[in-house]
Design a protein around this ligand. Structure first.
Ligand SMILES: Cc1cc2nc3c(=O)[nH]c(=O)nc-3n(C[C@H](O)[C@H](O)[C@H](O)COP(=O)(O)O)c2cc1C
Length: 202
């Protein structure tokens, strides 16, 4: 249902929030560096905390992976307006708090405002939500975001791809997310049917 904006340059907003899985945001930016896509990065305060907790990488090194960095408090940033053309936004990872804000439309930071703008402009919004187990409120937020045209994409590993490392598992998921924007990567092990001779171990 969403209409993909053809922008020149091709711009994609990447949001990172305080859910576990900072590696998804970092690796997403690295994958996008290998494309012609201009990345606009915005991190929530909590994203900086989970980043420090989960990865041996400085926030400044993450920011350096993006073409443009926006401060979460800067509600006047370009990505706060629908007139600034983008292909859409991926929030990787997406916390339940940020998803709840997006689902209600009552946004309090540039991360959720940018997502709100993407939805109102009928562009593509992908939320790589992470929490477990889920209560009814989480599930209701997911339904609301889906009804508004967003894509709820929990980073659940595809074991049929036989990942042999966390990096491969992460890349497989991110490659499939980028498929949703028709952004080509070479990291997806695509299913070729039940042919034993095509299994990667043979
Ligand atoms: C180490 C750590 C892991 C967390 N993991 C999650 C998580 O997986 N999912 C989630 O929704 N919140 C998680 N949180 C809590 C969020 O960071 C918290 O709700 C925060 O307010 C989210 O704010 P934000 O959406 O602005 O980033 C975690 C917090 C910490 C410190």
């Amino acid at each position: 249902m969403s209409i993909q904006a053809e922008t020149e340059p091709r711009r994609l907003i990447v949001g990172m929030t305080g859910a576990s899985g900072a590696i998804y945001g970092v690796r997403l930016l690295q994958l996008l560096q290998q494309t012609d896509v201009e990345t606009h990065l915005v991190l929530s305060k909590s994203a900086k905390i989970t980043l420090a907790q989960e990865l041996d990488i400085k926030v400044s090194d993450v920011l350096a992976l993006a073409d443009v960095v926006h401060q979460a408090e800067n509600i006047g940033a370009t990505i706060s307006s629908g007139s600034f053309a983008t292909m859409g936004m991926i929030i990787a990872p997406c916390s339940m708090r940020s998803m709840a804000e997006i689902s209600s439309g009552a946004t309090s930071s540039l991360v959720t405002r940018a997502a709100d703008v993407v939805l109102k402009e009928r562009r593509r919004l992908v939320l790589m939500v992470r929490e477990t187990p889920l209560h009814l409120g989480h599930l209701r937020s997911m339904v609301a975001v889906t009804e508004m045209g967003g894509i709820v994409y929990p980073p659940v590993p595809a074991f049929y791809a036989k990942p042999s490392s966390i990096d491969q598992m992460v890349d497989q998921t991110l490659g499939r997310v980028l498929d949703l924007f028709a952004i080509k990567t070479d990291v997806v092990r695509r299913w070729e049917g039940l042919t034993p001779s095509k299994s990667r171990d043979q």
